[in-house]
Design a protein around this ligand. Structure first.
Ligand code: GDP
Length: 528
C-alpha cells in the first residue's frame, strides 16, 4: 500500500510506550501515576486515578462498591505526551479479588513497572502480578518507593527480588542515605545526583558529577554518607550484574530505580530512563502468526468490557488494544467472531465526555468502543483478514456458589443478566448434572460475587441469593465416557455453558483421588 501510510504508522509506533504499574495496595501506585501525569501534562485522563479518593464518580452506582470498600475496582487508561513519546498507562486494580480483570489488562501492556514499598519489600500481590508479566515475557522495571522512610537496604531488596521472584536486577540509580538521612540519589547511567529537598518538591535539582567519588557528593551529603556510597557502589560495580538491554527486553533482568513518589523525587529520572528503555508496541500472536504493529491492516482485540460507566445510559464500553494499522473514527471493520462488518463510530479515549472522542489512534493505544452488547472479552476486530488474537489468559475459578432468584417472575431478566455477565467474563456459570436444575457460579475472587449481586439488582432489577459452596477447584474433564458415580466423594460433576463436563472438588485430596481413578481422562484447569 502507500508508502506514506506505512511511514506514518511506523513513526507513531516508535513513539508509543504502553505499560501497566503493578503493585501491592498502598505501595503508592496512585501517587506515582499522578506524578507521571504531571510531567506529561496529561492530554487524556480516565477517572480511575482519583476514583478512590475523590468523588468524581459519585454519581455512578457502579462505583458504590469502590467507595464502600475504599478500593479500586475498575481499570482504565491514561495517556500523555512526554519528550516526544506518547505514553499510555494502564491502571490495574490492586485488590486481589479482582485479579482476573487485572490479568487481562496486563495483556494489553508492552511492559510493566513494578512498584515496591522500600519498607515492605515484595508483597503477596506483587508476586502474583509479577508472575503474570513473567509468563508473557514482558520487560519489568522496578521502582522502589517511599525512600523518605526507613526501609530495607538496597542490597537486601535486590536479594529479595532474586529470592522471591527469581529475577536478577540492575540498579540504575542508588540512594544516598534513606529515611530522615536521605539526601539524594546517584544516577549510575548519567553520572549525576538528584538532590532530595525534603518537602519542597516544587523544583527538582540535578547536579552533574564526575562519578560517585566526586567531592561534590561529599560536600553535599557529608563524609559518612559519601564513604558509604563509594563502598556500596564499588561493591556493585564488581559483584552486580552489568546492564544488558537484551536481558531487560526479555524480562530476565529488571532495572531498579529508587525514589519517593509523594515527594516527586526520582520520578523524572525514572520516567526518562524508562521511556528510553521500555519497548514500543510489540508484535502480537494470532491465528495468522505474529502480527507486526506496522502491518497496515488495522486490528485489535477486546481485553475488557466495563458496564455502567454511566448508569443513566446503561452503557457498556469495550476496551480495545490496537495491535496493528491505523484506526480512524467511522471506519468499517470485521467483527471476526460473528463475521459481521461493523462501523466504529463512537470511539472514546477515555472518559465518556464529548471531547474525548478519538479520530485516529495507532498500535499501543487503547480505545473504548461503545458496546450495544455485541462484544465479548477476547473478540478480535480486523480491517481486512480474519485475524484472531490469542492473548487472553483464562483462570480456573476457585470460589463457587449456588444462585437462586428471589422473585420467580423475574426469570427472564435474570437469564439475560446471567448471559451478559458471563460474556463480559465477570463470572463463569455451571449447571448441575443431577436431578435438580441448579445454577452454580464460579469466580476467582469473592468481590466478583458482590459485583454480580450488585449489578443484577441495579442493571436487571433482579434480587439474587448466593449460597456459598465448599468447592475449591474446577477441572474440565476430557474423556469419552464419564462415569458420574466416580465424582461423589467431596466432589460433583457439572456442565459448563457449552456442555463440557467439569468436576468441582472440595480439596486437593479429592482431586488427586479422582485423577488416580480416571487415568485415561485429562483434567484441565480451564475450558478446552
Ligand atoms: P496505592 O494503593 O498503591 O495506589 O497507594 P497510594 O498512592 O494511595 O499511596 C498509599 C499511601 O502511601 C498514601 O498515604 C500516600 O500518600 C503514601 N505514599 C505514596 N508515596 C509515598 C512516598 O514516597 N513516601 C511516603 N512516605 N509515603 C508515600
Amino acid at each position: 500500500m502507500s508508502d506514506t501510510l506505512s511511514n506514518e504508522i511506523k513513526k507513531e509506533v516508535d513513539k508509543r510506550r504502553t505499560f501497566a504499574i503493578i503493585s501491592h495496595p498502598d505501595a503508592g501506585k496512585t501517587t506515582l501515576t499522578e506524578k507521571l501525569l504531571l510531567f506529561g501534562g496529561a492530554i487524556r485522563l480516565a477517572g480511575s486515578v482519583k476514583a478512590r479518593k475523590a468523588s468524581k464518580h459519585a454519581t455512578s452506582d457502579w462505583m458504590e462498591i469502590e467507595k464502600q470498600r475504599g478500593i479500586s475496582v475498575t481499570s482504565s487508561v491514561m495517556q500523555f505526551d512526554y519528550l516526544g513519546h506518547r505514553v499510555n498507562i494502564l491502571d490495574t486494580p490492586g485488590h486481589q479479588d479482582f485479579s482476573e480483570d487485572t490479568y487481562r489488562t496486563l495483556t494489553a501492556a508492552d511492559s510493566a513497572v513494578m512498584l515496591i514499598d522500600v519498607a515492605k519489600g515484595v508483597e503477596v500481590q506483587t508476586i502474583k502480578l509479577f508472575q503474570v508479566c513473567r509468563k508473557r515475557g514482558i520487560p519489568i522495571f522496578t521502582f522502589i518507593n517511599k525512600l523518605d522512610r526507613e526501609g530495607k537496604s538496597p542490597f537486601e531488596l535486590m536479594e529479595e527480588l532474586e529470592q522471591v521472584l527469581g529475577i536478577r536486577s540492575v540498579p540504575m540509580n542508588w540512594p544516598i542515605g534513606m529515611g530522615r538521612e536521605l539526601s539524594g540519589v546517584y544516577d549510575r547511567m548519567k553520572n549525576q545526583v538528584e538532590l532530595f529537598n525534603g518537602d519542597d518538591h516544587s523544583k527538582i535539582e540535578v547536579r552533574p558529577v564526575s562519578d560517585y567519588r566526586d567531592s561534590v557528593i561529599r560536600e553535599m551529603a557529608g563524609d559518612f554518607m559519601a564513604d558509604q556510597l563509594i563502598e556500596e557502589l564499588e561493591l556493585l560495580d564488581v559483584a552486580g550484574d552489568p546492564f544488558d538491554i537484551d536481558k531487560v527486553q526479555a524480562g530476565e533482568l529488571t532495572p531498579i530505580f529508587f525514589g519517593s513518589a509523594v515527594n516527586n523525587f526520582g520520578v523524572q529520572t525514572f520516567l526518562e530512563n524508562f521511556l528510553q528503555l521500555a519497548p514500543k508496541p510489540t508484535p502480537r500472536v494470532s491465528t495468522e502468526g505474529e502480527i507486526a504493529p506496522t502491518d497496515e491492516n488495522f486490528s485489535g482485540y477486546v481485553f475488557k468490557i466495563q458496564a455502567n460507566m454511566n448508569p443513566a445510559h446503561r452503557d457498556r464500553i469495550a476496551f480495545l488494544r490496537i495491535c496493528s494499522g491505523r484506526f480512524e473514527r467511522g471506519m468499517a471493520v470485521r467483527h471476526v467472531r460473528n463475521g459481521k462488518q461493523i462501523k466504529l463510530s463512537q470511539p472514546q479515549q477515555f472518559l465518556a465526555q464529548d471531547r474525548d472522542i478519538v479520530d485516529v489512534a495507532y498500535p499501543g493505544d487503547i480505545i473504548g468502543l461503545f458496546d450495544p452488547g455485541i462484544f465479548r472479552i477476547g473478540d478480535s476486530l480486523s480491517q481486512k483478514s480474519d485475524i484472531i488474537f490469542d492473548e487472553l489468559p483464562t483462570f480456573s475459578p476457585e470460589i463457587f456458589a449456588k444462585v437462586t432468584v428471589k422473585n420467580a417472575l423475574k426469570h427472564k431478566q435474570y437469564q439475560k443478566g446471567l448471559d451478559q455477565l458471563t460474556e463480559e467474563g465477570t463470572i463463569q456459570v455451571f449447571y448441575s448434572t443431577g436431578n435438580f436444575d441448579e445454577t452454580i457460579l464460579g469466580v476467582v475472587g469473592q468481590l466478583q460475587f458482590e459485583v454480580f449481586e450488585h449489578r443484577m439488582r441495579m442493571e436487571y432489577g433482579v434480587e439474587v441469593q448466593l449460597h456459598r459452596m465448599s468447592f475449591q477447584f474446577a477441572r474440565w474433564i476430557v474423556d469419552e465416557r464419564i462415569d458420574p458415580s466416580k465424582f461423589r466423594i467431596n466432589s460433583t460433576l457439572v456442565k459448563d455453558k457449552k456442555g463440557n463436563f467439569v468436576a468441582l472438588f472440595e480439596n486437593e485430596y479429592a482431586m488427586r483421588t479422582a485423577m488416580d481413578k480416571n487415568p485415561n481422562s485429562k483434567f484441565l484447569e480451564t475450558a478446552p
